[in-house]
Design a protein around this ligand. Structure first.
Ligand code: PLP
Length: 376
């Protein structure tokens, strides 16, 4: 297959050329342990701290507020379990507010804590996938310790009103976390403007390596360590730092500064959508918010179709579907279900996510192939 078309940048991204160039020397030099204070360790320590500053520059925070992790999943787990273990006791119950459309990397740790006695509220979303800040306010209990609402949804791209939710969390003195795995590098993730206390970064969503991420922890927020051992990452995450990938994450964050709100990607996405509409008319519908959406994300439903059947017929196009087929019955994605999508619309959903390397010619070819494989 030499006509491969990659439209799955929300699943993962290629490593940027500039990032590869930054990592490469570290394969052979700077092999010392970053904790060693001799000539071999110091360059590794410098590299880790430079990367920390690069992540901090993208998030507009202090470098001391950045912890490196093994990715978005760990960062989310660290927030949710770290706060629970730092503050839960029989005298002090623990209530978490989150939404029904969070990634499993938030929902699963929350449900795990529920099995340990935490209380959990899963907020609904509207037809566009938006959380209503009033619902957040009404869900608050005297012992609510954490509000965790994702910045942008991975499936439909809807961007949540985080700064409005932050006003509420501040009013009640409750910590606010946002899983920004999908938004970092695509839209602004300035932690001060967002007003969050904790924020998750995933390296492989922003043209960095897989298996590395970061967590922003506002100064003064107490989290129990995620990994116990020696005192790495200010005692919060033990284990010798993954220098190569941390260098890659830092470089990816620096490069990303140039790509925030990339107008070319928005134009291509709109071009793709208009072409799909021209071809399929009302048989294709947009999932997610028409405006408050990630610049690269186009989740559409082909009415009366099954997303996985469509993708199986065009294997050279890499895209995603949230629907699943089990024993002949179709289950629509929990995100679309939470948005109130009907089975007819939800089953035919396909997520196309564009990126830095996407071309108009690829989108033309994708529309043509979709047209050939979908019978109306
Ligand atoms: C919104 C969101 N959060 C968390 C994750 C998990 O990140 P990672 O793959 O780095 O563990 C993903 C990855 O798909 C995601 O889209």
């Amino acid at each position: 297959m030499n006509d491969r078309i990659y439209l799955d940048y929300n699943a993962s991204t290629p490593i940027a050329r500039e990032v590869v160039a930054e990592i490469q020397p570290f394969l052979t030099t700077a092999y010392g342990n970053p904790s060693s204070t001799h000539w071999a360790g110091l360059p590794a320590r410098d590299a880790v701290e430079r990367a920390r500053s690069q992540v901090a520059a993208l998030l507009c925070c202090d470098a001391t507020e950045v912890i490196f992790t093994s990715g978005g999943t760990e960062a989310n787990n660290h927030v949710i379990k770290g706060l629970f273990f730092a503050s839960h006791s029989t005298e002090s119950p623990f209530h978490i507010i989150t939404s029904r459309i969070e990634h499993p990397a938030v929902l699963e740790p929350c449900q795990f804590l529920q099995s340990l006695g935490a209380e959990l509220t899963l907020l609904p979303v509207d037809e566009f996938g938006l959380v209503n800040p009033d619902d957040v306010r009404h869900a608050i209990r005297p012992h609510t310790k954490l509000i965790s609402i994702m910045h942008a949804n991975n499936e439909v791209g809807t961007i949540q009103p985080i700064s409005l939710i932050a006003e509420i969390s501040k009013e009640y003195g409750i910590l606010l976390h946002t899983d920004a795995a999908q938004s970092v590098g695509k839209i602004s993730t300035d932690v001060e403007s967002l007003g969050v206390d904790l924020l998750t970064v995933a390296g492989h969503k922003l043209y960095g390596p897989k298996g590395v991420g970061a967590l922003y922890v506002r100064e003064g927020v107490e989290l129990a360590p995620f990994l116990h051992g020696a005192g790495h990452e200010a005692g919060r995450r033990a284990g010798t730092e993954n220098v190569l990938e941390i260098v890659g994450l830092g470089a990816a964050c620096e490069v990303s500064q140039m790509w925030i709100e990339d107008p070319r990607v928005v134009e291509l996405r709109e071009y793709f959508w208009q072409k799909l509409r021209a071809h399929f008319g009302d048989n294709v519908v947009l999932n997610g918010h028409p405006e408050r959406r990630l610049p690269n994300t186009l989740n559409v439903s082909f009415r009366g179709q099954h997303g996985h059947d469509i993708l199986a017929r065009i294997p050279n196009i890499a895209a995603s579907t949230g629907s699943a087929c089990h024993a002949g019955t179709v289950q629509i994605s929990p995100v679309l279900a939470a948005m109130g999508a009907s089975i007819e619309v939800g089953a035919g959903a396909v997520r196309f996510s564009l990126g830095r390397m996407t071309t108009q010619a690829e989108l033309d070819a994708a529309v043509e192939q979709l047209g050939n494989c979908i019978e109306l």
